[in-house]
Structure formats: structure tokens, C-alpha cells
Design a protein around this ligand. Structure first.
Ligand code: HEC
Length: 355
């Protein structure tokens, strides 16, 4: 009987020791796991803080710097996720699951933030390109006006699309931010009393984030407004150019002193003489009845009829002869005639007009 009791006591003791050891081991494991999770969360907090700061101060960073930062944070956090998942796999480690969900939500948000900044950079680039397009063509020739307006409108459409995308991306980033906050709260609740210190700055940074996202809307709206204003200006200018026939003309206005040197006699010879071409369209007497006249639309002008003349100034006439009239058969004779000969033709046109 005594032996049985002793035997049982020894057995119980052994079981207790083994159980105690296992419990102690488990505790050790959990403590190690917790420490590892804590370390990962601390590291993650560093990355996140940098990113949040860069978002708020984004004006001081170039877009490339922001993209690089996002990529760096994404890579680093993905490494942390791998480490986190590798902690005592298959065992029930407290808060590990919530920590994984939190880091994953943060990564989704970081990707959304990158896309948001890409959209923002796109709007800025498009805007600059369009402004450049407009500047590259300060005074479009008459025949180019319509194409010019089309280009401006196309640019405006591009910006509208980019601005809409920016607004969508801002909304998307905000949504992801909300998910990070939920994951953060879940992690906090799971860590309660378990000795893991969760991050807590997402919730605290929410107002800043909201401001930053609201700026996206302002940014997109302001850019659209600027472009629309540009478009209106261009259209107004196009209308003005259309109403002003001189705008049809190519090349620069000639030096007035040059125009005074022309000879009427030389002009007459050039107009109707053997090496002149004017008469073939405008007629030998300038009445618009040259041999080739019937072939053209608009027809060659009757240069003797003041009511038919759109270009009265010597400068405009000089440009017509030298560079031609855009949108008509009137070619320029820049290569065939020198400035003195052209000035002489202009002088002769004055005589024709008076007759
Ligand atoms: C190929 C046919 C052709 C030839 C050659 C030609 N012209 Fe013309 N010209 C025209 C046509 C067509 C117009 C009308 C353009 C318009 O309506 O905008 C015109 C318009 C003009 C005008 C503007 C009239 C106005 O509206 O005030 C002048 C000036 C003129 N020509 C001068 C000349 C002179 C000078 C020459 C010779 C150096 C010449 N042209 C040779 C076809 C010709």
C-alpha cells in the first residue's frame, strides 16, 4: 500500500515537472515571439513615420524622391512581413495575426500613396507640357489657328483625365488609410495586457492625412481652372486672328525704309513683264482676269478695285509677295525676287489701285 502511494506520488511529481517544464518552455517561446513582434513593429513605425512626414511635407520633396521612399518602405516592410510570418509558424502566437494584418494594410496604403503621387505628378507634367505647347506658338499663322485650338483642347482633355484620376487616387489612398486605422485598432485591442506595444500614430495622424488628400482636390481643380482659362484666351485670340486678315500673312513686317525705295517702273515691268508672274493670275492690268484666274478659289483679287482689297498697307503687301498668303494658291517669291524688286511691286500696286 505504502509503495503504491509513493509510486503514485513520484508519478504525479514527474508529470508535474514535465508539465511545468513545457509550460515554462511555452512561456519562453511566447516571450521570445513577443519580443520579435515588438522589434518588428518598432522598425515598421520608423518607416511609417518617415512616409507620413514625407506626405505632409511633399512640397519639399521631388516626386522621384517620394516614389523612391515609397518603394524603399514597401520593400523594407515586405521583409518585415516575411520575418513576422516566420515567427513560430503553426503556433498560436498572440497578436501575430493582427500584426500581419496591420503591416499588410500599411503596405496597401503605401502602394495607394505612391499611385496618388504618380497621378499628381502626371497632372503637373501635363500642365507644364500644355503651357509649353502654347508658348511654342505665340502667334500661329492663320492656317494654323484651328489646329492650334484643337491642340489646346486635346491638352485640356488630357488634364481633365489626369485630374479625375488624381481625385480617384486621393480617395483610394484615404480608403486605405482608413483600413490601416482599423487594423491598428484591432492590433491595439489584441495587444491589451499582452505586453506588446502597438503603434498608435495612424489614428493621431488622420487629420494631417485628410488635409493632404483634400489638397489633391484643390490641386486638380486649380489646374483645371488654369487650363480652362488658357483655353479661353487661345480661343479668343484665334477669333481675333480670324477677324484680322493681316494675321493670315507669314513672315515679319518689312523695314519701312525698304518700302520707300521701290520703283514704280520696275514694279510695272515685274508685274506684267516677261519675267513677272503676277499677270498670269491677276491679269496684265491687275483686274483679276489673268489666264489662270478661273482655276482658283478664292480667285485672284482685282487689284484695281479698292473695295476688293483686304490688305491696304504696304507692309502687308510686301509680305504677301515675299511669303505668300496662307491657305490660298498665293505662293511666296522669296527666292525669285529681292527686297528691292518686291518694294517696287508694292509701289506699283498703289498705282494700280488708283487707276
Ligand atoms: C497663282 C495665282 C497668283 C499669282 C501668280 C499671284 N497672285 Fe496675288 N493673289 C492670288 C489670289 C488667289 C489672291 C487672293 C487671296 C485671298 O483672297 O486671300 C491674291 C491676292 C493678292 C493680293 C492681296 C489683295 C487684297 O486682298 O488686298 C495682292 C496684293 C497680290 N495678290 C499681289 C500679287 C503680286 C504682286 C503678284 C506677283 C508677284 C501676285 N499677286 C501673283 C493669286 C495669285
Amino acid at each position: 500500500m505504502k509503495r503504491v502511494i509513493i509510486g503514485t506520488a513520484v508519478l504525479v511529481l514527474i508529470v508535474a515537472i514535465v508539465a511545468g517544464q513545457r509550460l515554462w518552455q511555452e512561456r519562453q517561446q511566447v516571450a521570445t515571439a513577443k519580443a520579435a513582434i515588438q522589434k518588428i513593429l518598432d522598425q515598421d513605425a520608423g518607416y511609417t513615420e518617415t512616409l507620413l512626414k514625407s506626405d505632409v511635407d511633399s512640397e519639399s520633396l521631388s516626386y522621384k524622391e517620394v516614389f523612391d521612399l515609397c518603394d524603399k518602405v514597401l520593400n523594407a516592410r515586405t521583409d518585415l512581413l516575411v520575418q513576422l510570418r516566420a515567427i513560430n509558424p503553426g503556433e498560436n502566437v498572440p497578436v501575430k495575426e493582427q500584426a500581419v494584418a496591420f503591416l499588410a494594410a500599411e503596405n496597401d496604403w503605401t502602394r495607394a500613396i505612391k499611385k496618388y503621387f504618380e497621378a499628381r505628378s502626371d497632372v503637373a507634367t501635363k500642365s507644364a507640357q500644355i503651357a509649353e505647347r502654347l508658348l511654342a506658338m505665340p502667334e500661329p499663322a492663320y492656317s494654323e489657328i484651328d489646329a492650334y485650338v484643337v491642340r489646346v483642347n486635346t491638352g485640356l482633355d488630357e488634364i481633365r483625365t489626369a485630374a479625375d484620376k488624381l481625385k480617384n487616387m486621393a480617395a483610394d489612398a484615404s480608403r486605405h488609410y482608413g483600413r490601416v486605422i482599423s487594423a491598428e485598432v484591432a492590433l491595439s485591442m489584441a495587444s491589451e495586457g499582452r505586453g506588446v506595444r502597438p503603434s498608435s500614430f495612424y489614428l493621431a495622424s488622420k487629420p494631417k492625412m485628410d488635409t493632404s488628400m483634400a489638397r489633391a482636390n484643390e490641386f486638380a481643380t486649380a489646374d483645371m481652372a488654369r487650363m480652362t482659362e488658357m483655353k479661353t484666351k487661345v480661343e479668343q485670340r484665334a477669333e481675333l486672328i480670324k477677324q484680322n486678315p493681316s494675321a493670315k500673312l507669314r513672315g515679319p513686317a518689312p523695314d519701312p525704309s525698304l518700302l520707300r525705295q521701290g520703283s514704280v517702273n520696275l514694279g510695272r515691268d515685274l508685274f506684267s513683264g516677261t519675267y513677272g508672274v503676277c499677270f498670269s493670275c491677276h491679269g496684265p492690268g491687275g483686274q483679276g482676269n489673268g489666264e489662270a484666274a478661273g482655276r482658283f478659289n478664292p480667285p485672284p483679287t482685282d487689284l484695281t478695285n479698292p473695295a476688293a482689297l483686304k490688305y491696304k498697307s504696304a507692309g502687308d503687301r510686301f509680305r504677301i509677295i515675299k511669303y505668300g498668303v496662307a491657305g490660298t494658291v498665293h505662293g511666296g517669291l522669296e527666292k525669285q525676287l529681292n527686297d528691292y524688286q518686291i518694294a517696287s511691286l508694292v509701289a506699283y500696286l498703289r498705282v494700280l489701285e488708283r487707276n
